[in-house]
Design a protein around this ligand. Structure first.
Ligand code: PMP
Length: 391
């Protein structure tokens, strides 16, 4: 016998932790009648006309590969959508890549730009994949802390403090998973100025842009002079409730899109043609669905945030996403201990903030991508057990 299988694993992969969300939900899934506020995806089924477009594609025998960059018709529609909604114009011929979810767009963006040892900044707390994805490309992740004091938005002074020589890019995600934070145009302009001064790229994950409730959404790609410095990442999962279709895209300077295309071409070939046909329909006729879902999320947000604050679990009103981020600091427990206690005592599952980086400690992520009734039920259970936690 040779060495054990584990010995074949690359060192940088061996040391990667598995997602804290998965660990936690493995516990939750063994409990009977637990209510999950842990879900990071819409509870809506993909609108019928979009599903129908996928069915129709199959009926017509559309079962082939597409252009590596994605169907031309879809890239044209993406270009139109991004121009109309984000105010940036991208050439469908060479500045847009259709990917397997926003996730793959982020992965190939990182693989296209990172040489071993390159430093990539991201804010914290943030989506669980950024830091491991950087590490998988042999890059070095650098955290830019955000805090409840600045509503989890970016403080340019913190960005300047975290920056080091050798930083190649900064991943930003507004509205933010897990905090629901947004960022003002003024703050984006300050960031843009600093990115120009220090000459680094911005990778902007704007997957929750359509789920912005207050203050509107500005893309950093639309800030004057920034288009050539930004990789804009978006997708269909959240705005159109299409997680299972695995549809996303990246827009950026043609040289970078071309480099990303190499990684995409060799690993993936192209996104599924059936999903691309569905995505085309979503962009053409899905606006009303997005508006409907956003309104539902807004009602649920107002309910859940109202309840948390009523219970003394201080919670900012998230301006975007479908996540609330209440504090558990008053319980004198870590966020993992609080999440476990709430799961055990109330059978309500929320994600410990620490799963999103050290700046998430002291908070829980509660998803309101679940029905109004479920939220009411979960909050009633939580209220009952709070005296125990507050001891
Ligand atoms: N970015 C963020 C911030 C997310 O929360 C998610 C999904 N939870 C993604 C990207 C990935 O989405 P998808 O691959 O389904 O497009």
């Amino acid at each position: 016998m040779g060495k054990p299988a584990s010995e074949f694993i690359a060192n940088h992969v061996k040391v990667l932790p598995k997602s804290g969300i998965r660990d936690f939900f493995a516990i939750a899934s063994t409990m009977k009648d637990a209510i999950s506020l842990g879900i990071g995806e819409p509870d809506f089924i993909t609108p019928w006309h979009i599903r129908e477009a996928a069915i129709f594609a199959l009926e017509k025998g559309k079962t082939s590969y597409t252009d590596n960059l994605g169907m031309k018709s879809l890239r044209r529609e993406i270009s139109k959508y991004v121009e109309d909604n984000f105010g940036v114009s991208y050439n469908p011929d060479n500045e847009i890549l259709v990917s397997v979810g926003g996730s793959e767009a982020m992965d190939v963006a990182l693989r296209a730009i990172i040489s071993p040892g390159d430093k990539i900044m991201h804010h914290s707390p943030c989506f669980v994949s950024y830091s491991p994805s950087i590490a998988l490309c042999h890059g070095v992740p650098i955290e830019v802390p955000t805090s409840v004091e600045s509503k989890f938005s970016l403080d340019i002074n913190e960005v300047k403090k975290a920056w080091q020589p050798g930083v190649k890019a900064f991943i930003i995600n507004f509205p933010t998973n897990p905090t629901g934070a947004t960022i003002s145009k003024k703050d984006l302009e300050a960031l843009a100025k600093f990115a120009e001064e220090k000459d680094f790229l911005i990778i902007s994950d704007e997957i929750y842009a359509e789920l912005t409730y207050e203050g509107g959404h500005t893309s950093i790609a639309s800030i004057k002079g920034m288009k050539d410095r930004v990789i804009f990442i978006h997708g269909f999962s959240k705005a159109f409730a299409m997680t299972g279709f695995r549809m996303g895209y990246a827009c950026g300077p043609k040289e970078i899109i071309d480099a990303m295309m190499k990684a995409h071409q060799y690993a993936i070939m192209c996104a599924s043609i059936i999903s691309q046909e569905a995505a085309l329909e979503a962009l053409k006729s899905g606006r009303r669905d997005t508006d409907f879902m956003r309104e539902k999320y807004r009602q649920r947000r107002d309910l859940i945030v109202g309840k948390f604050n009523e219970f003394g679990m201080d919670c900012l009103m998230p301006k975007g996403t479908f996540y609330a981020f209440p504090s558990v600091k008053k319980f004198n427990m870590t966020s993992m201990e609080a999440a476990k206690a709430i799961l055990q005592e109330a059978k309500v599952a929320m994600v410990p903030g620490s799963a999103f980086g050290k700046c998430g400690e002291g908070f829980l992520r509660a998803s309101f991508a679940t029905s109004y009734d479920n939220i009411l039920k979960a909050m009633a259970r939580l209220e009952k057990i709070l005296p125990k936690l507050q001891k």
